[in-house]
Design a binder for this molecule. Structure first.
Ligand code: S3P
Length: 172
């Protein structure tokens, strides 16, 4: 089974994904990391030098490469991966893929993302918590349409280990 974690930036996809893969004893992949490994550039550099559209095409291509070339794994997608092109539709049609949405509340996302926003090109320019909060609220409103199409929806405000236990209970 290919388990794909989706959700907004800061929803814990990478941390939860690593723990989950450990518990299930299967490999973990991080799509952002795969993109960085392939290009030798950070996500911020790609956005800055090539623009978001280029990034989205690359992200789509590398997602498909991983899906085709590997067997059982857990993978953390980028926050925007399921929201472009027909990614979500394509994932829903595959019977070797289980999509899991990590659902974190708006106040919790704001708290988690404010101190580390500089590494994230879409929110790096937001100078106050209020601006960040308003940005996330609007963005989530648009993206929830895609996230809510995941097969499982897991409340994920809690620490990663708790979230993993919740996922495991749903899996077995
Ligand atoms: C993005 C999320 C990031 C990264 C890029 C764009 C988004 O991944 O792919 O900065 O559009 O939400 P994380 O969700 O892992 O931070």
């Amino acid at each position: 089974m290919k388990i794909l974690l989706l959700g907004y930036m800061g929803s814990g996809k990478s941390t939860v994904g690593q723990h989950l893969a450990e518990v299930l004893n299967i490999p973990f992949h991080d799509l952002d990391q795969e993109i960085t490994n392939k290009t030798g550039k950070t996500i911020s550099e790609i956005f800055k030098n090539k623009g978001e559209l280029f990034f989205r095409k690359l992200e789509f291509q590398i997602l498909n490469d991983v899906l085709e070339s590997k067997n059982s794994f857990v993978m953390a997608l980028g926050g925007g991966t399921p929201c472009y092109g027909n990614v979500m539709q394509q994932l829903k049609e595959r019977n070797d893929v289980l999509t899991i949405f990590l659902n974190v509340s708006l106040p919790e996302l704001t708290e988690r993302l404010f101190p580390e926003r500089k590494n994230r090109p879409l929110i790096a320019h937001l100078e106050t918590k209020e601006l960040l909060h308003d940005f996330i609220r609007k963005h989530l409103f648009e993206r929830n349409f895609y996230y809510s199409q995941a097969r499982l929806r897991i409340p994920a405000n809690e620490p990663a280990r708790t979230v993993v236990s919740t996922i495991i209970l749903q899996l077995f």
